[in-house]
Write a protein that binds this ligand. Structure first.
Ligand code: ADP
Length: 252
């Protein structure tokens, strides 16, 4: 039997359990517009996380008493599928899903031009099909691509990633065992166009210096993730012929 208390999260060569360097992201693939029935959608594979986001709206607010005469409201529903983890996850709402839905909505509200759609609702559904830590960040990353895919005006996309501390070292894009056995976890979301941080949570302990370094690490990574988000939208919205022409020009 493996004794988790004895697991070394960083080996003697400074590499993590999955072979990553401390400041390395897991592989990220994003596809925009994967669902025909939603107004906008995106699918993200991020390491072993598999997440789909769907957006409906702007549409009439349901329930009606939530209507805001000055702007659209953003309603997010984050859900982990029963088969998303090692054991069956109990379906239905729970405190964790409620919390993640709330922080995701608050982050999206900072970038969506809600003032253009008074009395309406923008509804975002995030379904985690497979979970392997970092799903709130991957979900928000997917959701902002889905909002853009729905044609809803926004200031920018919202890339998001967690930095953390494992075996006393700062690490980027915290993995599952690092999340369970590490000393700290810092999910962060960043708006590259304005430099605004729209999500910041902290679980565990950092010194002040470590916190500053962890935030910088996450912000730098968000800039990389932003490029992957933009590429997903470009792939969907750039006609294939001009993509080919651009690629051919790049090769010459
Ligand atoms: P995040 O996914 O944003 O890192 P948490 O820190 O709450 O959020 O969870 C870390 C990981 O722990 C999740 O990505 C998932 O792999 C696992 N996990 C969380 N909640 C559950 C649950 N109820 N059942 C099974 N696995 C879970």
């Amino acid at each position: 039997m493996i004794c988790l208390t004895e697991i070394k999260l960083i080996d003697d060569d400074g590499l993590r359990l999955d072979g990553r360097k401390p400041d390395e992201l897991r592989p990220i693939k994003i596809e925009a517009g994967v669902l025909d029935n939603a107004d906008g959608s995106a699918y993200v594979e991020w390491g072993n996380n598999k997440i789909i986001a769907a957006v409906y709206g702007p549409r009439e607010v349901q329930p009606k008493y939530l209507q805001d005469t000055a702007k659209a409201i953003v309603q997010v529903s984050y859900n982990m599928a029963a088969f998303a983890g090692d054991d069956r996850i109990r379906p239905g709402p729970n405190r964790r899903a409620t919390e993640i839905s709330k922080i995701t909505a608050e982050a999206l509200e900072r970038v969506i031009l809600t003032g253009q759609y008074p009395r309406s609702s923008i509804d975002v559904y995030i379904e985690v099909l497979e979970a392997d830590a970092g799903t709130r960040c991957a979900g928000l990353t997917a959701a902002s691509v889905a909002v853009a895919d729905a044609g809803i005006p926004m200031i920018d996309l919202v890339p998001s990633v967690a930095a953390g501390k494992a075996d006393g070292q700062l690490v980027l894009d915290v993995g599952k065992l690092e999340d369970n056995k590490g000393q700290a976890d810092l999910p962060l979301a960043y708006v590259p166009r304005t430099g605004e941080i729209v999500l910041l949570q902290m679980d565990g302990h950092f010194t002040r210096k470590e916190l500053e370094m962890a935030m910088k690490m996450a912000i730098d990574a968000c800039k990389e993730i932003h490029v992957i988000q933009q590429d997903a939208l470009k792939r969907k919205y750039t006609p294939q012929s001009s993509v080919n022409t651009n690629e051919q020009e790049a090769e010459q």
